[in-house]
Design a protein around this ligand. Structure first.
Ligand code: ADP
Ligand code: MG
Length: 384
């Protein structure tokens, strides 16, 4: 759970990073988080501190999620996509591209596995899911389906385009195309982009070269709708005004998970018998992210902050959201480690143990082949 403070030049910021994990306001006091990135921090810096770890976890067999949360104009898109993704400005590239490039670097140096990488890009607007990589059908509303056989623990977007990528340039080509299709054909891009969630999913399919075992994991990169909309619209609920249901539901799910996990943190976070009812089904966003919030996964949230005086009420709401998110991502990562890798009786552990054993035996056979060849040669030379 991290906070990022946007740089401002026109006035003195009200909110400042006083240490690497504290943000402070003269009247509201200090708030502590895992990391607080001050205005001088760039995207590369943030990638090194939070993005790289998510990619490492992805390769370790987790689903990994990065969520950018904050009011409109506070820097969510700047963090995710960098500066001028469609203007070919290359300074300050975003976390998406930095993660993508790290993913491909990692596949290059790993000789034990073969990798397939695909990307999808969708938008949730007014509770409708739109495929941003399908220019013909981009206005259709795609359905969500539960399917335990699917990658990511069982939620599948029916008909969503997945593009195979050979390298990071290809990945970014699809991301740019998705951005273009968000922008074109909409009468008011700014209204829409501040009300919609944009989700890039990178799927990593790993085939073990020795055993042939296949594993799939998803990195979800979410640029959420502006958080001010949800609060403002909640007040107008009775008038039947549009509410960003997904953003409100995410807040509820996260706060329930954190309340339940506090004090009951015995490694069972996310298990419904212990947790009671978590309303994942209340929105498209929480259903889509359910495997990432409840399963074998790791979630990091970056809350972006506009430090000006007039944004202070929103800043406090954002920090409140951040303190809840902090608790669950920590508990979930611990749970993932317990159930996925470290416990002695999980199915995954057995599979990993089997893989390890097979590799060990394959290496032993290779070694013995060398010994036999050497001995045979010695014998031939000795005998001849
Ligand atoms: P959001 O997506 O949260 O609505 P944006 O990412 O579009 O906000 O940011 C709004 C404006 O502020 C953009 O012009 C962006 O370039 C600028 N901006 C945001 N964060 C930073 C930052 N950390 N450094 C420099 N400029 C930033
Ligand atoms: Mg934005």
């Amino acid at each position: 759970m991290a906070i990022r403070i946007k740089p401002i030049t026109e006035m003195i910021p009200q909110w400042t990073a006083i240490t690497q994990d504290k943000i402070s306001h003269p009247d509201h006091g200090d708030f502590k988080f895992d990391q607080v990135f001050g205005p001088q921090c760039d995207n590369l810096n943030i990638f090194h501190q939070v993005g790289a770890d998510l990619v490492d976890k992805l390769f370790d067999g987790f689903n990994a999620t990065l969520i950018a949360y904050g009011m409109t104009g506070s820097g969510k898109t700047y963090t995710m996509l960098g500066e001028g993704i469609n203007n070919n400005i290359n300074n300050n590239i975003g976390i998406v591209e930095l993660c993508g490039s790290y993913i491909f670097d990692k596949t290059q140096i790993d000789l034990d596995n073969k990798y397939n990488i695909t990307v999808s890009y969708l938008e949730i607007y007014n509770e409708k899911i739109h495929d941003l990589l399908d220019v013909v059908k981009k206005n259709e509303d795609l359905k969500l389906r539960s399917d335990p056989a699917q990658v990511g623990g069982g939620i599948h977007v029916v008909g969503l385009t997945e593009k195979r990528c050979q390298d990071c340039n290809e990945l970014m080509k699809w991301v740019k195309m998705g951005e273009l299709s968000r922008k074109t054909g909409k009468t008011d891009y700014n209204t829409r982009s501040s009300r919609s969630h944009a989700i890039i999913q990178i799927k990593l399919i790993t085939t073990d070269s020795f055993t042939g075992n296949i594993r799939s994991n998803i990195l979800s990169l979410c640029d959420l709708a502006g958080s001010e909309r949800a609060t403002a619209q909640l007040e107008r609920r009775k008038e039947g005004a549009y509410i960003n249901k997904s953003l409100l539901a995410l807040g509820t799910v996260i706060s329930k998970l954190s309340v339940e996990s506090n004090g009951k943190d015995n490694g069972n976070v996310g298990s419904s018998s212990v947790m009671g009812h978590i309303p994942y089904r209340d929105s498209k966003l929480t259903r889509l992210l359910q495997p990432s919030l409840s399963g074998n996964s790791i979630v990091t949230t970056i809350c972006t902050i506009d430090p000006r005086r007039e944004a202070s009420a929103e800043t406090i709401n954002t920090l409140r959201f951040g303190s809840r998110a902090k608790n669950i991502s920590l508990s979930i990562s611990r749970k993932s480690i317990n159930t996925g890798l470290a416990s002695g009786n999980g199915a995954n552990t057995n599979e990993l143990e089997k893989d390890r054993k097979i590799k060990e035996l394959a290496n032993l056979v290779k070694e013995q082949e060398h010994i036999i060849r050497d001995l045979t040669q010695e014998k031939i030379q000795g005998g001849g």
